[in-house]
Design a protein around this ligand. Sequence first.
Ligand SMILES: NC(=O)c1ccc[n+]([C@@H]2O[C@H](COP(=O)([O-])OP(=O)(O)OC[C@H]3O[C@@H](n4cnc5c(N)ncnc54)[C@H](OP(=O)(O)O)[C@@H]3O)[C@@H](O)[C@H]2O)c1
Length: 282
Amino acid sequence: MDRRTLVITGASDGIGAAAARQLTGQGLRLLLVGRSPEKTAAVAQETGAEHFVADFARLEDVRRLAAELSAATAEHGIDVLANNAGGIFGDRTPTADGFEKTFQVNHLAPFLLTHLLLPRLLPGGASVVNTSSVAHRLFGHLDLEDLDNARRYRPRKAYGDAKLANVLFTRSLHAKFHDQGLSSAAFHPGLVRSSFSAGSASSMRWFYHSPLARLAPMISPEQGGATLAWFLTGVPGSTWTSGRYYDQDRPTARVNPQADDLALAEGLWQRSAELVGLPGTC
Ligand SMILES: NC(=O)c1ccc[n+]([C@@H]2O[C@H](COP(=O)([O-])OP(=O)(O)OC[C@H]3O[C@@H](n4cnc5c(N)ncnc54)[C@H](OP(=O)(O)O)[C@@H]3O)[C@@H](O)[C@H]2O)c1
């Protein structure tokens, strides 16, 4: 029997690396993606996985990554794609492509990667699992005319918007492709004591990395990784429901009101396609 093929982005650290370690030795083919070549190679060596490097702040890197992953999976396709890379960043920084970095790394890059991998995802009825965050509900409010938060930038708001975009992308993937066999879910992994927000200028960095943060009710990367691994090894329609948002492994209706706005989801899809140069997407 063919080995199931899993692609995990953000696999060089935190939740993604922990999930990769937990999935090792289960007869799966793991393709790990990270930004840092050294960190990604180290996790790959530890887990015996294949590894790929791309900086999501460069869409050129994402296109190259998609080509490399497509070549590596030409024979058997991809069974599961985990769009897990992401984070909150500091001052408003434009990427090489001219977009605000939080929006690009957390949303535009995985949006583009998923599209470019559709020929490997659709034939086998793959799952696409998106690591979102409770921040989508707490801080997100999307404006299709200002997706880049050019008017008034706050790191937390930019992060909340990007994580809300992850939920809307999940809804759209389900609406557009579930009848072709593709399933998608988004989830909040919990408050995880990882490298998350280490490079951010926001209050989130204080929350996660000050000495007092030890008092906060946080979970380990292994616990966060276990939730990701649960989605990646789960059976859509049985373990989890396509199109839904989960708080860890529990489906929840506690979402941002905009998360149920299907017109917004479609608007975001079309706008994102234009921004990354994918004209005429369905
Ligand atoms: N930690 C939490 O409490 C929490 C809560 C809710 C949601 N999340 C979400 O969970 C996901 C994983 O976060 P984590 O907690 O595991 O954080 P982490 O330890 O900081 O790991 C983040 C991962 O994303 C990768 N990444 C960051 N910027 C990138 C870029 N420009 N291009 C490509 N990859 C990039 C990192 O790569 P390198 O290490 O190679 O730079 C790393 O593998 C993120 O989407 C985050 O938003 C985390």
